[in-house]
Design a protein around this ligand. Sequence first.
Ligand code: GTP
Ligand code: NA
Ligand code: MG
Length: 298
Amino acid sequence: DKEEDLQTRPPVVTIMGHVDHGKTTLLDSIRNTKVTASEAGGITQHIGAYQIEDKGKKITFLDTPGHAAFTTMRARGAQVTDITILVVAADDGVMPQTVEAINHAKAAEVPIIVAVNKMDKESANPDRVMQELTEHGLIPEDWGGDTIFVSVSALKGDGIDDLIEMIQLVSEVEELKANPNRAAQGTVIEAELDKGRGSVATLLVQNGTLNVGDPIVVGNTFGRVRAMVNDLGRRVKTAGPSTPVEITGLNEVPQAGDQFMVFVDEKKARQIGEARSKKQQEAQRKESSKLNLEDLFN
Ligand code: GTP
Ligand code: NA
Ligand code: MG
């Protein structure tokens, strides 16, 4: 894409942290803070991702447990995350999966914002969290480093606005851009076989705009986008950069981390899709015949 075609796009945020440090509660809290009055109460999240809007700017949050998002997606060559929120419970401190999360984010070169959670608890000790994280290279700005720390209580909703503000700030620094005026490409977040609707896939559009009717190659399968549903379960006709959307119309079920690409020409999409799925079938055949041979020797 040429520089002049690029436009600012929303950041895609994943939340990581140790078991029970409050990842799910924080995701719920962020969503609830930003739901408009007309939607309040009636909102049920439809897919494994959601978008909020804050001062006219959108932020996309992925629900996939952060670790899985990083390991499965990155193993398949996909990078979907722009910013990681590292949740650390102030009453528990840095734990093994906290360190794992830091390592994933560092390897992917994704900026980290630390959310020191459970600040409402009497046993909360944010200084200890800061001290422990310093040992892993995350040094708070107050201590001369460049890592943003935000104190929150996901349970009470305290500090959520600050956290959102910091996400917007980091997003601006990162200068995230995409070209909405081109054929869409992106990554599969999750997919399943639905009894009624067939193959159902949640896609994250990373560049371009996805439209109903688009011929599309997804991993080793292909099809034509039959219908699209957004994070609120509403039917939409288009989805621009950083938008998560659920689609039907694929011949088979793709895998999380698979890349997708729209082809303007349906014949081309079909050719590429068929070639890819044939290649995969051959690989599977080889794999199973290898197994059979191994069986003979064992
Ligand atoms: P896993 O997905 O199992 O790894 O856990 P998680 O990180 O998603 O944590 P979850 O949101 O399920 O929270 C774990 C427990 O901590 C729940 O009982 C929450 O109610 C509680 N919790 C989460 N945030 C807070 C908080 O800010 N304050 C207090 N007091 N409790 C919290
Ligand atoms: Na939990
Ligand atoms: Mg959880």
